[in-house]
Design a protein around this ligand. Structure first.
Ligand SMILES: *Cc1c(COP(=O)(O)O)cnc(C)c1O
Length: 368
């Protein structure tokens, strides 16, 4: 095969960073392997949801409902918003791509915190837009004042990730409201709430309340994390017109497949059952954070289903130590390492590995 090609690709593609997915668990002799690198739900699908998916699978020779009617109606009901304000996509990453495509021309700017979700620079670069990264503070939180100051004439979108992946903290409702009211109304503010269901802090934003009377606010949510449907790819935005219509225009036609639509509806119906699992994960999160802090770690406040170790140049050593114990973590270069709250046995291994690592090295300090 020849490596030479005369085909011209868009120059914007040279700016697109590769998505680094969480690695799969690496089996080793005599060690149980756990994948805690992608913030997935450790519980298997609910039997009731699986049954619905099985039933839906008998119809996969047919195209899905392109308008995603039933799910959109169910979401509108569940959230108390007009159904016209719901736009779905292939995971909230898909919806985010639709948002950027609908708003950004080449040279436009998208402002977000960094580190934050690594899909942000990718969808930005794909549109030929420029990523404006605003560093987190020493507690790994968004610096909303600095993000406000980073807005220019070219800014089309600001992304606020709360809780922030990969560090864990939320932004507070009051500070977010002040921020949004200071942002020019021509700039879209996207509140990415992928981990909403794990949040317990009463100061957390009420994003739907912020969206309700502000036409430039979009709320982004997913079935991938708390609802445990990461493999089916379905997420949604709540947005005013004309944004919601624009997101339907930029969606991949028939993108949200029929199994995903059926499973998402069934999961909304089964939320009470799912909530028990979410509560169990949140209880495990408290146990893990407390144990790590007792060991001497600086762990930023996390309201999500993961914890962040700001390890700097010791990130590789820690990731390797965990791997040897059977835990696949997610390393972010020389910034730090993220561990998903998994099944209790996996969390036990994490606590053990972290304790041993700390004894062999030194505590972390509050710095990104
Ligand atoms: C996991 C995640 C998403 C959701 O991704 P899906 O495409 O819905 O699976 C969105 N935003 C953040 C910050 C995430 O961590």
């Amino acid at each position: 095969m020849s490596e030479h090609s005369d085909v011209r690709l868009r120059s914007a593609l040279t700016q697109v960073p590769a998505y680094v997915p969480g690695k799969p668990a690496a089996p080793r002799e005599g060690v149980i392997a756990y994948k805690v690198s992608s913030n997935e739900n450790p519980y298997p699908p609910l039997p009731s949801v699986l049954e619905v998916v099985r039933e839906a699978a008998t119809q996969i020779n047919r195209y899905p409902d392109m308008a995603v009617t039933e799910l959109s109606n169910a979401l509108a009901d569940h959230l108390g918003v007009p159904v016209e304000h719901i736009a779905t996509g292939t995971g909230s990453v898909g919806v985010l791509g639709q948002i950027i495509q609908a708003t950004c021309d080449p040279g436009d700017e998208v402002v977000f915190a960094w580190r934050s979700f690594e899909a942000y620079p990718i969808v930005t670069a794909l549109a030929g837009a420029s990523a404006v990264r605003v560093g987190l503070d020493e507690h790994c939180r968004h610096r909303l004042d600095a993000m406000l100051a980073a807005i220019t004439e070219r800014t089309k979108v600001v992304l606020v990730c709360t809780p922030n992946n990969p560090t864990g903290p939320i932004v507070h409702h009051d500070e977010l409201e002040r921020f949004i009211d200071a942002v020019p109304s021509r700039v879209l503010v996207v509140i990415d709430e992928a981990y909403l269901e794990f949040v317990q802090d009463p100061e957390a934003p009420d994003a739907l309340a912020l969206y309700r009377d502000r036409p430039n606010v979009v709320v982004l949510r997913t079935f991938s994390k708390a609802y445990g449907l990461a493999g089916l790819r379905v997420g949604y935005a709540v947005a005013h017109e004309p944004i919601a219509s624009a997101l339907r225009k930029t969606a991949v036609p028939f993108g949200v497949n029929s199994l995903a639509q059926a499973a998402a509806i069934a999961s909304l119906d089964a939320f009470d059952e799912l909530k028990e699992r979410v509560d169990a994960i949140v209880a495990e999160r408290s146990r893990v954070v407390e144990a790590l802090r007792t060991q001497g770690w600086f762990i930023p406040d996390t309201q999500a289903n993961f914890v962040w170790f700001p390890l700097g140049d010791r990130s590789t050593a820690f990731t390797q130590a965990a791997q040897e114990a059977g835990l696949t973590l997610r390393q972010y270069g020389d910034d730090g390492v993220r561990a998903t709250i998994g099944e209790p046995e996996a969390n036990d291994v994490l606590i053990r590995v972290a304790g041993a690592f700390l004894e062999a090295t030194a505590p972390t300090t509050p710095a990104v």
